[in-house]
Design a protein around this ligand. Structure first.
Ligand code: CTP
Ligand code: MN
Ligand code: MN
Ligand code: MN
Length: 389
């Protein structure tokens, strides 16, 4: 006899920010497939469809067991007809025809390869694809006009394809800390993004920087990048000034995923930490003689190379916004998206990486910690390691 109480319905909440999602879970064989369809929808500019697949995948990541039959999915939220069809086929046949044909499709592969280049978004990749380009090499051979970011992206393509390890992230943390403290003693630096969620590898390393005395952080980024540049540690950087004004970016403004902090998208030159090096030489001062700028990085990359390129994101936040910035830069992207959706739809509040605004009371809710923000939102606190939605 079937029990009256459905354990799934009781346990599985429908917003990802209401759930604990560990890094390692039991259903990658399903979530990888659904995320290919999500990715493909994104490539085809269909955000609604993409989010639907990502939400479905995310629910399966939060399950405490491996899905064995469709029965296991009874009463789970966020599983639409299409996702269920895909799951059913994988459970029965071991794979889904739609997923496999997507994976093999020329468009999917080309857009994936082209957006894999730093500085190239879906729009640009799609235009290049329609012009017949398929890979980074095609860009070089056809002499495409590239902006500065894309040039760096092509130049360091091979290195930037390789995942960044936690050990490398730790070395970069030491360098960033040294740089920041050299130009502003007392500043605080926090590792963000995937590594804060406990990931062992990432596509970049993210940092949030602040100072307890509000105002001290103003104009900090150029000082940091100048210091790093003088040490020969930067291969590329683009800094954007802080453009946040509470009056203008507040409730009147449509919620925007992009925050307005002072930030820097960069590529670090990371010295290989050779076993023979006894001291902390990875952060040591390098005398860099930059060679031909247009030369592709892989060409210079002989076995003798003792460094690699690593993507690093730096963000500076005023102290009063630090908790919101911390929450906003920890991810995962779906977790962030769900937090904002929860705030808007369930609480009539507006959440960004800068602030939380309560539309009912018409006021900003101040917070010093992530815990306070979850409490304002009426959510149980979810630690970073369980935000891998
Ligand atoms: N983020 C953001 N604005 C951007 C880029 C990123 O607010 N323009 C936030 C994302 O919402 C995410 C965090 O910064 O919470 C980290 O983003 P990213 O580095 O792209 O992803 P990770 O989760 O760190 O994963 P990965 O290992 O691939 O870097
Ligand atoms: Mn990251
Ligand atoms: Mn990043
Ligand atoms: Mn290299």
């Amino acid at each position: 006899p079937k029990p009256n109480i459905d354990p799934n319905a009781m346990l599985m909440k429908s917003y990802a920010c209401q759930r604990r999602t560990p890094l390692k879970h039991h259903n990658s064989f399903l979530t990888d497939a659904l995320e290919i369809l999500a990715q493909n929808a994104e490539y085809n500019d269909n955000e609604g469809r993409s989010v639907a697949f990502r939400r479905a995948a995310s629910v399966l990541k939060a399950l405490p067991h491996r899905v064995k039959s469709m029965e296991d999915l009874r009463s789970l939220p966020c599983l639409g007809d299409h996702s269920q069809r895909v799951i059913k086929e994988i459970l029965e046949d071991g794979s889904s025809r739609e997923v496999e044909s997507t994976r093999q499709s020329e468009q999917y592969q080309a857009i994936k390869a082209l957006t894999g280049i730093f500085g190239v978004g879906v729009r640009t990749a799609d235009r290049w694809f329609r012009e017949g380009l398929r890979s980074p090499d095609d860009l070089i051979h056809t002499g495409q006009q590239l902006n500065r970011a894309q040039q760096a992206g092509v130049q360091y393509y091979d290195d930037l394809q390789k995942p960044v390890t936690k050990a490398e992230a730790d070395v970069i943390s030491d360098i960033v800390e040294k740089a920041v403290h050299a130009v502003l003693p007392g500043a605080e630096i926090q590792l963000m993004g995937g590594f804060r969620r406990g990931k062992e590898v990432g596509h970049d390393v993210d940092f949030l920087i602040t100072h307890p005395e509000e105002g001290k952080e103003e104009g900090l980024m150029p000082k940091i990048t100048n210091w790093l540049e003088e040490q020969g540690l930067l291969l590329y950087q683009k800094t954007t000034r802080n453009s946040y004004l509470e009056k203008m970016d507040g409730p009147a403004r449509a919620p925007n995923n992009m925050d307005r902090f002072e930030r820097c998208f960069s590529i670090f030159k990371l010295q290989a930490s050779a076993e023979s090096c006894t001291s902390n030489s990875t952060a040591s001062v390098q005398d860099v003689s930059t060679g031909s700028e247009t030369e592709r990085h892989s060409d210079q990359h002989s076995e003798a190379s003792d460094w690699r390129a690593v993507r690093v994101d730096l963000v500076v936040s005023p102290y009063s916004q630090f908790a919101f910035a911390t929450l906003g830069w920890t991810g995962s992207k779906l977790f962030e998206r769900e937090l904002r959706r929860w705030a808007g739809q369930e609480k009539h509040m507006s959440l960004s990486s800068h602030a939380l605004y309560d539309s009912k009371q018409n006021l900003y809710l101040r917070a010093k910690t992530e815990e306070e923000i979850f409490a304002y939102l009426g959510l149980e606190f979810i630690p970073p390691s369980e935000r891998n939605a």
